[in-house]
Design a protein around this ligand. Structure first.
Ligand code: GLU
Length: 296
């Protein structure tokens, strides 16, 4: 089996219990399938990444004995690849310039207080689809169409479906400031790195349909997806950098790993982080491997 997994942290905060869980789950799934595990630093959104955090994350991972099989890659060094993909979409008239200002985007959402179903995010109404054909600045958006909804079978959550055109709208591929969008960068990198299996937190599940759509537009393969349970804070909310989740304490890596393992339904382990990981690979095979679907 040619299994290649990855962990792809954004260096906008140190690893917290939630991101460690995603790292551990993807590492265990790769090991349980005799596969390789890669690391990608997702620093494509430069303004939101703090200098030095990439090194801190790599250190936290190695303190937990989560070591990649190849040197990590940094998205900030891969712009040429993203540009190539954007050019390919442009050549097929699948992208267009958007010159809407923030104010215009906000007002397109309707009056303040109006209910917005999906994460309170704007469904872009396609204002610039025909408005700005000659614009030389602005963001690039994907031209979605009203084709069939995108469906996939998540290994943990089961059959999933999303109609990107009506539920998300034409999403951004490259921002007006030149930063490539997360969706485009992830899809290009997952394909370039030969990723067969994406294992990541359930909070990212909502991006999957957009990523599969982009894979289809670019003629790239679709990996398998497994979205892991989230670690909830004391207030019952998901842990995230945005709500101030604490960095894991890597002076006690086993305790941090045991907390993540418990959320994955794996038994507590003693010994060194390496010993614990070894024991969890066996447990993972029993608990999670039956959820494995061969690629079509
Ligand atoms: N960089 C994303 C994050 O840190 C994860 C992307 C992914 O796993 O697809 O939330």
């Amino acid at each position: 089996m040619n299994y290649v997994g990855r962990f792809a942290p954004s260096p906008n905060g140190p690893l917290h219990a939630g991101s460690l869980l995603a790292a551990l789950a993807s590492w265990l799934d790769a090991r349980a399938h005799g596969g390789r595990w890669l690391l990608r630093i997702e620093d494509v959104d430069r303004p939101r990444c703090a200098p030095g955090l990439d090194r801190i994350i790599l250190r936290q991972l190695s303190d937990c004995a989560l070591l990649p099989d190849e040197p990590p890659v940094w998205q900030s060094q891969r712009s040429a690849l993203y540009q190539q993909a954007l050019d390919q979409l442009l050549a097929h008239d699948l992208a267009y310039r958007c010159v809407c200002s923030r104010r215009q985007l906000r007002s397109a959402q309707g009056p303040p207080g109006q209910n917005r179903p999906r994460h309170a995010e704007l469904i872009y109404p396609g204002t610039c689809r025909t408005r700005a054909p000659g614009a030389s600045t602005g963001a690039w958006r994907l031209r979605t169409d009203a084709s069939a909804p995108i469906g996939w079978n998540d290994r943990r959550l089961g059959p999933q479906q999303q109609d990107v055109h009506t539920q998300v709208g034409d999403f951004v591929l490259q921002r007006a400031d030149g930063c490539f969008g997360y969706q485009l960068a992830v899809v290009v990198d997952d394909a370039a790195q030969g990723i067969s299996d994406v294992v990541r937190g359930e909070d990212l599940c909502d991006n999957t349909a957009r990523q599969i759509l982009l894979q289809r537009c670019l003629g790239l393969p679709t990996p398998r997806y497994l979205h892991t349970p989230l670690v909830l804070g004391a207030n019952g909310e998901k842990l995230s950098k945005q709500n101030g989740a604490l960095a894991i304490d890597t002076s006690a890596p086993l305790a941090a790993l045991n907390q993540a393992a418990a959320a994955l339904g794996l038994p507590a382990q003693g010994g060194s982080p390496g010993d614990a990981l070894y024991a969890w690979v066996a447990a993972w095979r029993q608990r999670w491997a039956p959820l494995y679907n061969p690629l079509p």
